[in-house]
Design a protein around this ligand. Structure first.
Ligand SMILES: [Fe+2]
Length: 491
């Protein structure tokens, strides 16, 4: 840059293979610059070894930086462009220098174009670094790198393995689940839209839930969620610093904080981090409900810079969305808005980060396969509260059962949240809606989700789905989960 230039620059250290760190650094940079207009993701490495000598570790390292790193940075930039509604430019340092026009069949290009400016991918060509100087390579390696890897070899290999993997997949695909519907609720941002109100209310009544998109904050929602999940990548000791007393004797917190996974018959293999209202709410004097007054308990250090503030911002964003949806549902059902807004008007809500570490199975007292080779990692249940929104990572697997008894699967949609009803909606809507039975399934490996649960304040009077007199929400929780919120009894 010319020394006479008036532009300012700032550098941030970033591990480009880390999604949460990428999201955090992009947010910090965008905050400092007042937005983001252009990205040139040019971090790259090469160990320069020929294929016969290449180790798996080298391969993984090269792919993590050169492929995944560029993907993560591009994805984060596009999320910022979309959120700002102004488009942007991505300079792709490609060796085969080309300038791309927006491609109409590419969804992200189209969305960016609609946002006001086309995305550009410009290839400035070879960057003059040591990677491109053949003389730096030993002669033997030069010869082999130029001839050893040809596309035809990859193609033949792919042909050879495809039949085996496909036949295996076919054997297990015996049950298919139709997806829950997706509803764009952008029209609600302007204060209400009768068609959207009806669509939301009707899908909750007929299917128990839907995926909603187009809400405020949807543009960079996935980045925020990736940042949220950075909690689980901390060392176990760091996570245990905020564990609930059941797993960390001496800790004061019983409810909010870290719930580790544990090995016991019938236990789901999952860990979670629970965030409540801040500052904490008061709670009526109900035995077993003392922990409802707990303040949040945070890890000793943020897993990524600004994490705690990001979590509280996320909680506010999701609370605003859920309250907006409560009003929409009321209008869609032809009820007075106040009927559904009154119990939602306080501050209570729970934001829960979840990491499922492995599927359950019959040996663990959990339900077995659901018919397509997957197993439940969260048994079917109804949430306690008003409305729930669930974000899930690419593993997906959230399923909702409608009043018609049909299980449907919430598709993973960029910037989308799965919406369903808590148990209090039955009485609030005079039986028009009901708490939605739902479960989570997975084939193998990890699954992450972030649940947001809109709840009445603890003093608010509520009526259980089975009817009866109104009780405080604190009493309702204790009735539904006896002993869950109490200190463990001494042995
Ligand atoms: Fe749930």
């Amino acid at each position: 840059m010319s020394p006479n230039a008036s532009a300012k620059a700032r550098a941030y250290r970033l591990d480009v293979t880390d999604a949460a760190e990428t999201a955090a650094v992009f947010r910090r940079a965008a905050d400092w610059m007042g937005g983001l207009d252009l990205l040139a993701a040019n971090a790259g490495i090469s160990t320069m070894n020929p294929v016969v000598d290449l180790t798996e570790e080298e391969w993984d390292a090269n792919m993590a930086v050169n492929a995944k790193g560029v993907f993560l940075s591009n994805r984060e930039a596009v999320r910022h462009f979309l959120a700002a509604g102004a488009g942007g430019a991505i300079v792709a340092p490609r060796i085969d220098a080309r300038l791309h026009e927006p491609r109409p069949n590419r969804d992200e290009d189209t969305r960016l174009k609609q946002a006001g400016r086309p995305v550009l991918e410009a290839g400035p060509g070879v960057t003059d670094t040591g990677l491109t100087e053949p003389d730096r390579l030993p002669t033997s390696r030069r010869a082999r790198t130029s001839t050893a890897i040809r596309p035809v070899m990859s193609w033949r290999f792919a042909r050879r393995i495809r039949p085996a993997s496909c036949s295996g997949a076919r054997r297990t695909m015996t049950v298919r689940f139709e997806p829950t519907r997706a509803i764009d609720i952008a029209a609600l941002l302007d204060g209400g839209d009768a068609a959207t109100d009806r669509a939301v209310a009707e899908v909750l009544a007929s299917h128990g839930g839907a995926v909603v998109t187009g809400f405020a904050g949807a543009g960079d929602l996935d980045g925020r969620m990736a940042e949220a999940l950075a909690f689980f990548r901390m060392e176990r000791e760091a996570k245990l610093s905020c564990a609930v007393r059941r797993y960390a004797p001496g800790h004061a917190n019983l409810y909010r904080g870290f719930h580790p996974s544990w090995e016991a018959p019938g236990s789901p293999r999952k860990e979670s981090f629970d965030i409540g209202p801040e500052p904490p709410l008061t709670s009526p004097d109900v035995p077993g409900a003392e922990s409802f007054r707990e303040a949040n308990v945070w890890p000793g250090r943020d897993p990524v810079p600004g994490w705690r503030d990001t979590m509280l911002d996320l909680q506010r964003l999701l609370r605003d969305l859920a309250v907006t949806l409560m009003a929409s549902v009321a209008r869609g059902l032809g009820l007075a808005e106040e009927r559904l807004l009154a119990p939602a008007r306080g501050r209570n809500a729970t934001l829960r980060l979840l990491r499922y570490t492995a599927p359950g199975g019959p040996d663990r007292g959990e339900i077995g396969e659901i018919g397509d080779g997957r197993r439940a990692v969260a048994e079917a249940h109804v949430d306690t509260g008003l409305l729930s929104t669930i974000w899930q990572d690419a593993a997906g697997g959230l399923q909702l059962r409608g009043p018609d008894g049909v299980w449907r699967e919430a598709p993973v949609v960029a910037g989308g949240l799965s919406l369903h009803c808590g148990d209090l909606m039955a009485a609030l809507t005079g039986g028009r809606l009901a708490g939605t039975l739902h479960r989570a399934v997975a084939r193998n490996g990890e699954r992450h989700s972030v649940g947001f649960f809109l709840e009445p304040d603890f003093e608010t009077g509520v009526v259980a789905p089975r009817g009866g007199a109104a009780v405080s929400y604190a009493r309702h929780l204790v009735n539904e989960f006896p002993g869950r919120f109490e200190a463990p009894k001494a042995a």
